[in-house]
Design a protein around this ligand. Structure first.
Ligand code: FCB
Length: 448
């Protein structure tokens, strides 16, 4: 067992702070056509082997669909308060419209029972990128009607499960759906068209607002919100060009999704920059999007480093980079949170819904030594505490991820889990970081 390091940072998090881990449906469930599940756009995207670095797909993934009891057992042994996971829309409504699939709902029913039996609170995400292919065939998120289909789905989930779930997020990282799915074709559905990606971002925001309304109508007692991937944007130098670039980058990413929700309009700077690619917005859209949310989920991995030079100046990466090549920059987290608090006076309580790192972990003698991940998490918790001490209302932290899993277009080549998965045998092995997190949470409980 790993030697537990001293908690040498100001770690007196509130006693009722929520400690959790996160996953998503497509990345872990597998069983991609079991019990009436329809195909999603990620099933389709993986059919073209060139789209995924290792030519893999989500047919089996971590086989969580069949092993959920074992996985909840691991959650329980870690002592987490809450588990963040997503629902595969195509499992519960194979075509994304029309009939519900009772067998699909049955899986989430059993999962929620298992969580409750282990005293673990459920934080559900409705959409973590796996759109039913049937809706893609009708135009996907470029078709405004998809936003209405999403609201129907949200209503049904809230009606059925609302009482058993602590928090429901409409979307996970709509920035990625729009920019990677439609902007540069790295993610499903694999479109590279800037104008389309911007229109898609508007429909995603619209769908968020419609879903919020639909879930409130279902009288769901769950807290309702959205999960955004967010970052600050730092100019590489003091030059005007770098500073302009950073301002535009921040406006087109973080503010692009925050302003409509909290201010009822798009940020002026980004709109100007988008020019003729600006989205078509109908009268009343912003009234729908600007709903009071109960919480904001913030996924933080890195900052954006903006250099207008050719070639661009690389980020300093003083603490190194992860296996994804992402700069480790914990200080960006409090900078971001403090900025949000200042810019959005109506900011609701925040949950860090994802944070973690990929590392090339291997098992030896039944152990996985990942001191890099422990250091990563510790440094980000220290940074998070700094933001809280300066007045940001943060209620919980979800480590990404419980398990090594299908990392989108990187396939299984990147390992984000605190639990190692041997994909040939589906053997789970707790990494040192899992043991560390367990001790850390237990110490919090004991008030250490
Ligand atoms: C986030 C995604 C999550 C995972 C992590 C590494 O952008 O929400 O599914 O891929 O990155």
């Amino acid at each position: 067992m790993t030697k537990i390091q001293n908690f040498d940072f100001n770690n007196d998090f509130p006693q009722d702070f929520t400690w959790g881990v996160a996953t998503s449906s497509f990345q872990i469930e597998g069983a991609s056509s079991a019990d009436g599940k329809g195909p999603s756009i990620w099933d389709t995207f993986c059919l073209d082997r060139a789209n995924i670095k290792d030519g893999s797909d989500g047919t089996v993934a971590c086989d969580h669909y069949h092993r959920y009891r074992e996985d909840v057992g691991i959650l329980s042994s870690l002592g987490v308060d809450a588990y963040r996971f997503s629902m595969a829309w195509a499992r519960v409504q194979p075509d994304g419209k029309g009939a519900w699939n009772e067998a699909g709902f049955g899986f989430y029913d059993r999962l929620l029972d298992e969580l409750a039996a282990n005293d673990i609170r459920a934080h559900l995400t409705l959409y973590h990128w796996d759109l039913p292919q049937g809706l893609q065939d009708d135009g996907g998120w470029l078709n405004r009607d998809t936003a209405h289909r999403f609201a129907d789905y949200a209503h049904e989930v809230a009606r059925r499960f609302g009482k058993r779930i602590e928090a429901i997020a409409t979307h996970n990282e709509p920035w990625c759906t729009a920019n990677l799915g439609y902007g540069n074709a790295q993610f499903a559905p694999g479109v590279a068209d800037l104008k389309q990606s911007i229109q898609v971002s508007h429909h995603l925001l619209l769908s968020h607002g419609l879903a919020m309304r639909a879930m409130r109508e279902a009288s769901s007692p769950a807290k309702l919100g959205i999960v955004l991937n967010q970052w600050t944007a730092d100019p590489a130098t003091d030059s005007q060009a770098d500073r302009d670039m950073a301002a535009f980058e921040y406006a087109r990413s973080t503010q692009w999704f925050m302003d409509p929700i909290f201010k009822g309009h798009y940020p002026e700077l980004a709109l100007r920059g988008h020019g003729a690619n600006a989205p078509q917005v109908r009268d009343g859209d912003f009234d729908i999007i600007r709903q009071k949310i109960d919480f904001l989920g913030c996924n933080y991995y890195f900052r954006s480093w903006c250099s207008a030079a050719n070639p661009p100046l690389p980020a300093p990466a003083r603490l190194g980079t992860t296996d994804m090549g992402w700069e480790i920059h914990p200080q960006g987290l409090p900078e971001l949170l403090l900025k949000l608090k200042e810019e959005y006076p109506e900011l609701p309580p925040v949950y860090i819904t994802e944070n973690g790192m990929a590392n090339p972990d291997t098992v030896s003698g039944g152990q996985v030594h990942d001191p890099e991940r422990i250091a990563y998490v510790r440094s980000h918790l220290a940074a998070l505490k700094e933001a809280m001490d300066k007045g940001v209302d943060v209620r919980g932290y979800f480590l990404w991820s419980l398990l090594d899993n299908f990392e989108w277009n990187s396939g299984y080549s990147k390992r984000f889990g605190i639990v190692h998965v041997d994909y040939a045998t589906q053997q789970r092995t707790l990494k040192d970081s899992a043991l560390w997190y367990r001790e850390f949470i237990a110490a919090r409980r004991a008030g250490a």
